[in-house]
Design a protein around this ligand. Structure first.
Ligand SMILES: [Zn+2]
Length: 328
């Protein structure tokens, strides 16, 4: 049996809608008593899920998993993520031979996890770089000092930048995104999670970028030129500003393309319409006003206007239940 943390087990059971959190807690206590304390709360949760016919993650999951769904002890795990960081390979002596180990940090929209490569496996990721997409197949998961690690083992394999696969948003779960009040945001570089209500929305600004280096390109007579890459097929990009208020203060949130798409719940093709028909955006503004969002990002001082801004990285709709639970 692999270890699914109790909190995750409970979440899965509650998600099924068959039990409320309160009912589940009392059922778990009941079960532990019933079995004279011979099962842990985790064990009891497993039994309850079973009785209710709720499917929990299984050990052999050939299906592609999200990082959040990966637990220590799992086998045959496949996952796709973006490489956030690649650590220097290290060599070590093992008896008379020299061993090699290298690890990297992989992330998707649900979290991050370390992937470890041993000996000749290290060569598989020799050319890998941050921002590359990596698919890991048929690997296993173990815990090292309380942290999950993916190992390839004998059967595992990896594909670097597999065709047709992309990872748009990475959720970096770290202390860096500590919940803060807007009045606490002071320094450039401060990272935080804030929850606020949108009180003002500005028109999006559109521009074009080089598909190779993402830098802005200049336009002249319908052709786009990148300072580095010459004439390119430019990609449309945009940025949107909105002011958030959490009762302690206000800050201007800067939403780049991906974040704007999440904020508006629209695809690029839908947002692009406003480039030609800006008056249509008025309705979007009206809809956004008064909406509550949970944002993770980084504080930045805009020197030109001498004001603090919040460069948004992750956009989520705030859930009143979660906020209430936090207050309790
Ligand atoms: Zn370029």
């Amino acid at each position: 049996m692999f270890k699914v943390p109790l909190a995750d087990l409970k979440e899965k059971i509650i998600q099924s809608g068959k039990l409320s959190p309160r009912e589940l807690d009392s059922k778990i206590k009941e079960k532990v008593n019933e079995l004279s304390g011979l099962v842990s709360e985790e064990g009891a949760a497993h039994i309850i899920a079973n009785e209710l016919g709720i499917e929990l993650p299984s050990t052999a999951s050939s299906a592609k998993l999200k990082v959040k769904e990966i637990y220590s002890g799992m086998k045959s795990v496949s996952v796709i993520g973006k490489i956030l960081q690649k650590y220097e390979p290290r060599t070590f002596m093992k008896g008379d031979s020299v061993g090699k180990v290298c690890s990297l940090l992989l992330g998707d929209e649900t979290g991050t996890i370390r992937v470890v490569f041993w000996n000749e496996q290290v060569d598989l990721i020799q050319s890998a770089q941050p921002d590359d997409v990596l698919r890991v197949t048929d690997s296993y998961v173990r815990e090292n000092n309380g942290v999950r690690e993916i190992h390839l083992g004998m059967r595992g394999s990896v594909d670097l930048n597999p065709e047709g696969e992309s990872v748009a948003v990475v959720r970096r779960v770290s202390k860096a995104y500590e919940r803060k009040k807007i009045e606490e945001l002071k320094e450039t570089g401060d990272t935080a999670e804030i929850v606020g209500t949108i009180v003002q929305v500005f028109d999006p600004r559109f521009f074009y970028t080089c598909p190779q280096c993402n830098k802005r390109v200049t336009e002249s007579m319908g052709t786009f030129t990148c300072g580095e890459h010459g004439a390119v097929n430019a990609a449309l990009s945009y940025v949107l500003n909105a002011v958030l208020d959490d009762g302690t203060g206000m800050i201007r949130g800067v939403f780049w393309k991906n974040q704007t798409n999440h904020l508006l719940r629209k695809e690029e093709i839908e947002v692009a319409v406003y480039k030609e028909e800006l008056p249509l955006f008025e309705d979007v503004k009206t809809e956004l006003l008064g909406e509550q969002f949970k944002l993770q990002g980084r504080v930045h001082r805009n020197e030109m206007f001498d004001r603090l801004e919040f460069n948004v990285q992750i956009v989520e709709k705030a859930t009143p239940q979660e906020e209430l639970a936090r207050l309790e």
